[in-house]
Design a protein around this ligand. Structure first.
Ligand code: 4AD
Ligand code: MG
Length: 431
């Protein structure tokens, strides 16, 4: 059988011969030399075919290769300071697997809708590959952060009988004879898990039938939701700032080449170190009013408001203690000022908006009962959740980080649609 190497590992074979399974990304040729740009998923490398140095059938096979044709290439690994990877391949053999014809994504410019229709192929491009590699590194960094700190990964259900973040954007489905909804957030289940395992986090898909067509909204997105027993509001923020700093620093340490492909200004990312500034909702409102925004206490921030606030800082900023009225039913009121809750949204710099929403949770059973009544939530549906306040209730806090917004920010992208392999957007379910 064939012994294959990967492009990312060619440095281990300097001056040796390797065979690589790959695709032709691009090709240039002068009558006597063909320059093949090859990709195998692990990286890109240039392979040089010199007519006078290879068998005629090798030269001929190389000549037949078209964009995205698949092949096994054999060659000698040469160090080459001019190449991005630092290496080049001097070809000795080409074995065609399949010749591809009329590949729909040519090096010319295509519109976004066209590219989205061909998302299954578009992800092969250097730019889309770089984004997905960074996404994978972010996921690795997230798991590492929690695993090193004694958190346990817990998987909440996807099909649920009731809502977590309000009923306006629930995806409805049938569960045999019952009604069911796709999860908006695993939080309520994670609260149960925190009472069992102490510190937990979930990592899974969440769904919101949001009719908003913005560059920050997906219908299906991935959320990381830690939940921690005996942790209060202030400690919750400290964990969040360490968490987000560690993700950014991990990408800087492991994905230099991908950030370069994306032309990301990494000096902005270098500055992402805890602690992050905190301003209260009240202070944010005052800032907006002083800076020409029409905004009243009690309203929720829109994207332009968040951006105006975030522009004041080089790191993410926490906006804390929002009005109780505009936040979720489970958030704990400030004991000194019950019209606001012990919560925070983390707003990313450079206009990327809210990447984290979190809070301390109500632990008092009577207040929780009151909230159910105010929000007209069925007591039966949430009976199990009430039990958590009945049997050894403790102070606890948690938060949710939106993976795609985090990827968009770290990669410096205009739109979240490029942050996930197959985005589910308003009016887009294909491919
Ligand atoms: O602020 P949200 O709605 O918070 C919750 O769901 C809490 N239950 C989390 C918790 O405390 N366990 O959502 C959390 C984050 C947002 O800050 C945002 O980054 C992301 O999820 N998010 C979205 N990302 C992409 N598209 C959407 N439609 C999103 N909605 C929320
Ligand atoms: Mg939120």
């Amino acid at each position: 059988s064939r012994q294959l190497s990967m492009i990312r590992d060619v440095d281990r074979h300097k001056d040796g011969t390797v065979t690589i399974g790959c695709w032709l990304h691009n090709k240039r040729s002068s009558g006597k030399i063909q320059f093949l740009q090859l990709r195998d998923g692990s990286g890109f490398i240039q392979a040089v075919v010199v007519k006078s140095e290879v068998a005629p059938e090798v030269w001929e096979a190389a000549g037949k290769l078209t964009q995205e044709s698949s092949l096994y290439v054999t060659g000698t690994v040469r160090e080459d300071s001019r190449s991005k990877s630092g290496y080049e391949l001097t070809v000795t053999g080409v074995e065609i697997i399949q010749i591809s014809s009329d590949y729909p994504i040519t090096p010319k410019e295509h519109g976004v809708d066209y590219l989205m229709d061909h998302r299954h192929l578009w992800i092969r491009s250097p730019r889309q590959r770089a984004i997905l590699v960074i996404r994978a590194q972010i996921i690795r960094a997230i798991q590492q952060f929690f695993d090193e700190r004694g958190f346990h990964l817990v998987d909440p259900p996807i099909l649920t009988p009731s809502s977590c973040e309000g009923t306006t954007n629930l995806f409805h489905t049938k569960y045999f004879d019952e009604d069911a909804y796709l999860t908006q957030s695993g939080q309520l289940y994670m609260e149960a898990a925190a009472m069992a395992l102490g510190r937990v986090y979930s990592f899974g898909p969440t769904f919101r039938a949001e009719k908003s067509k913005t560059r920050r909204h997906l219908i299906e997105f991935w959320m990381i939701e830690p939940e921690m027993a005996f942790v209060t509001h202030e400690e919750n923020l400290e964990i969040q700032e360490q968490f987000v700093s560690s993700i950014v620093q991990s990408v800087l340490a492991h994905c230099r080449r991908e950030l370069e492909v994306l032309e990301r200004d990494t000096s902005k990312l270098e500055k992402i170190q805890a602690p992050f500034p905190r301003i209260t909702y009240d202070e944010a409102v005052e800032f907006l009013q002083k800076n020409g925004h029409e905004f009243e206490w009690g309203e929720d921030f829109g994207a332009p408001h968040e951006t105006a606030i975030a522009e004041q800082y080089e790191t993410p900023v926490f906006i804390t203690c929002y009005p109780t009225e505009i936040k979720a039913f489970y958030m704990k009121p400030d004991p000194d000022r019950p019209e606001v809750v012990l919560c925070a949204d983390m707003i990313a710099p450079e206009g990327y908006g809210e990447i984290i929403g979190g809070s301390q949770r109500i632990d008092d059973p009577e207040l929780m009962e009151e909230r159910f009544a105010q929000h007209e939530l069925s007591k039966e549906a949430y009976q199990w959740y009430m039990d958590l306040r009945k049997y050894g209730s403790v102070p606890h806090s948690g938060f949710g980080l939106g993976l795609e917004r985090t990827v968009a920010w770290i990669c410096g992208l205009d739109h979240v649609r490029e942050t996930i392999p197959f985005p589910r957007l308003l009016y887009r379910l294909y491919p």
